[in-house]
Design a protein around this ligand. Sequence first.
Ligand code: AMP
Length: 382
Amino acid sequence: MSATRVLVLNSGSSSVKYQLLEMTDHRRLASGLVERIGEDGGVADHTEALRQVSAELTAAGLGLDSPQLAAVGHRVVHGGTDFTEPTLITDAVLARIEALVPLAPLHNPANITGIEVARALRPDLPQVAVFDTAFHATIPEAAARYAIDTATAERFGIRRYGFHGTSHAYVSRAAAGLLGKEPSEVNVIVLHLGNGASASAVRGGVCVDTSMGLTPLEGLVMGTRSGDIDPAVVFHLQRVGGMDTDEIDTLLNKRSGLLGLCGANDMREIGRRMADGDERAQLAFDVYVHRLRRYVGAFTAVLGTLDAVVFTAGVGENSAAVRAAALAGLDGLGIVVDPVRNAVRSSSARLISAESSRVSVAVVPTDEELEIARDTYALARG
Ligand code: AMP
């Protein structure tokens, strides 16, 4: 029996998501989520969570000991400048991922634990790390560098890394397919709008700019993250507000964005409240959309010529209101959304631009797990 299945593990700080995929036909054989790790009512730690994943798979007759399992693919958030492509995990690779913890203190430790536990369970299996930053490694220096003292930047690894790379890679390629083109033939802007949100500019299949930076805090307005702010806001909060570093970190990452503006971080609730005339919800929506438009304009200029704007993730795939507002009045840039096509609810990749639109507008459901599984399978087969 040949080994054609890949287990994808996404070990977050308080949850582990998994999918088991059959790579001959991309069928999802199993998927699940272990939540509230280390919290009341949850499992104790990541080792326990991985044991539960293993038990769930065994109960479904798809145990980790199966000879059909070809490899395990791990999502790893930060690859720094070390990792620019999916990488077969060895002890040396794991040590380098550990060395990157200062760049992603909230994310990389959980990813590492997931890798260690999976390796202990199946030491004979190839295990592959797929990095959230890797797709952005091609961003030229002019876009990746912050205009700060070079020695300081180099000493502390301060530059734009970008995140959600697996999604931007998958969606930009799928969008080219939807247009009947090769990725190398099109320039696209991908708007990944989930609870976290990021934009990227992809020229001929190669990422040339993205909105997230050293950390996932920069760029678009998100569910609970501020996105772009004047960095001097931080000093002001320290000097005038008497807040310390951790308080400001929590404020900007967990209590800002849509939540900070109106008390809700779910776009569905914001839509309902707007319909009831709630002014704070309306303002949150307006700030969110304004930031999106800024990035669409900026990345159009970065690309020079634009073939498609592509929406993905929870908000991008589901909110016709956000899509319409983000691109309204951009016919001067050749971007015209068709209101009827935009209103159609569907889980398939689709075009929502008007016939008259020079630039295509698309909705493409993202599939980070499939992308990780493909990368993993390709490496495992050598
Ligand atoms: P994700 O991180 O990709 O899972 O996206 C999660 C976010 O998608 C949620 O916080 C919601 O704000 C948003 N979302 C999900 N479904 C809808 C919907 N039907 N309409 C608007 N927003 C949605």
